[in-house]
Design a protein around this ligand. Structure first.
Ligand SMILES: NC(=O)c1ccc[n+]([C@@H]2O[C@H](COP(=O)([O-])OP(=O)(O)OC[C@H]3O[C@@H](n4cnc5c(N)ncnc54)[C@H](OP(=O)(O)O)[C@@H]3O)[C@@H](O)[C@H]2O)c1
Length: 343
């Protein structure tokens, strides 16, 4: 399959190139960048030296489409909504990594992204394979989920489905590494601002919040999530601690079994033991989500679940390739079987 990457000079674009270089059924047909057109890939992504012998090109979407069977758009929100319609007109399949096509409610998108949607008629499938695999198989365009939503939706969905928590009071306390902000330099991502700090931000208004609630409300329309993201001084990784208030008397071991059953057979979900804490470092560079803790605080009728992902892999490019594999009928883990590192 010929695969094009639009926005290949960014962090998720670079991660797509790294993963696709290991994919036995794909050939990278083009990697676009406006800023680095004509430059070798390893000028921007030094780890790909002698792995990918190609150059960035500044191509119109039509030209990417004629060279590709499937295209990834790894661009800031607002840009894919202009490009994806052109790609679809040319008959290619698309996986978009931005927020542009994730929402069922266009007015919610427009409110949180402060943009008028130019193509609300394009209906994408939300690319969370653990919940939407059958729909993804038939999709022409997949909206790859946000990084925080991946960690939170997968982290709490089994408890909502099992109807053992108060769905109106879910608390998701997330910490993300600085690569979540992309490659574009910003004062808030300056070393001196990130290092030795833990910074809560957009504590009640992050644009991933409505994405999380929209999907979890498919299980129960009363779902309400208090979501507080934090920036922490790591490069990659998201850790989410989820606090839920129990309406049934259950033990931690039983909660663990609920997760095991829900994710049975899932290639990229690892359910840890009761009281075993997932570590961000264990999923670094991998497409896994590790879910664990499953602690019950009986006195306060509270259950605590912890999930970890690599924001650039299961939170972005790895999940995007997982979606492509499903769309094209490939084995779902093709190109994605890399093992993490420790320590
Ligand atoms: N970083 C994460 O952890 C993460 C996780 C999940 C989802 N996402 C989403 O994935 C998308 C890409 O994120 P990122 O972190 O990779 O961002 P990034 O590092 O800033 O890269 C974005 C790329 O898009 C290109 N670009 C920017 N504006 C453009 C325009 N108007 N037209 C064409 N190309 C343009 C830039 O390349 P040139 O300037 O070289 O052309 C840049 O390399 C975003 O929508 C983001 O929300 C990111």
């Amino acid at each position: 399959m010929r695969v094009g990457v639009i926005g290949a000079s960014g962090y998720t674009g670079g991660e797509l190139l790294r993963i696709l270089a290991m994919h036995e059924a794909c050939e990278i047909s083009c990697a676009t960048s406006r800023k680095y057109a004509g430059e070798r890939i390893h000028k921007v992504h030094p780890h790909l030296r002698e792995i990918l012998d190609m150059r960035f090109e500044n191509l119109a979407p039509e030209d990417v489409a004629t060279r590709s069977d499937v295209v990834f758009t790894a661009l800031p929100h607002g840009v894919p909504m202009k490009i994806v319609p052109v790609l679809l007109e040319h008959g290619v399949k698309v996986v978009d990594l931005s927020g542009d096509f994730r929402f069922k409610s266009i007015s919610t998108y427009e409110k949180y992204y402060q943009l008028k949607h130019e193509h609300p008629e394009i209906k994408a499938i939300y690319g969370l394979p653990e919940l939407y695999r059958e729909k993804i198989k038939k999709a022409e365009v997949v909206a790859n989920p946000g990084c925080y939503p991946t960690s939170i939706i997968l982290g709490v969905a089994p408890l909502i489905k099992e109807r053992i928590i108060d769905v109106g009071k879910i608390i998701a306390d997330s910490k993300s590494g600085a690569s979540g902000g992309g490659a574009q330099p910003k004062p808030v991502l300056h070393f001196c601002m990130v290092e030795e700090n833990i910074l809560p931000y957009k504590v009640s208004s992050h644009r991933h919040l409505p994405e999380i609630e929209e999907r979890l409300r498919e299980f129960d329309e009363r779902v309400s999530v208090s979501f507080v993201p934090h920036l922490v001084p790591v490069i990659r990784g998201i850790e989410t601690t989820i606090h839920c208030f129990l309406i049934e008397d259950v033990e931690g071991e039983e909660i663990k079994k609920i997760y095991e059953k829900f994710y049975e057979g899932e290639p990229f979900v690892r359910v840890l033991n009761h009281r075993e804490m997932p570590r961000m470092s264990s999923v670094r560079g991998t497409n896994y989500i590790d879910i664990g803790c499953f602690e019950v605080d009986k006195e306060r009728e509270r259950a605590i679940v912890v999930s970890v992902i690599d924001n650039l892999v299961k939170g972005a490019s790895g999940q995007a390739v997982q979606n492509m594999n499903i769309m094209l009928g490939f084995k779902e883990d093709m190109g994605l079987r890399s093992i993490g590192v420790h320590p």
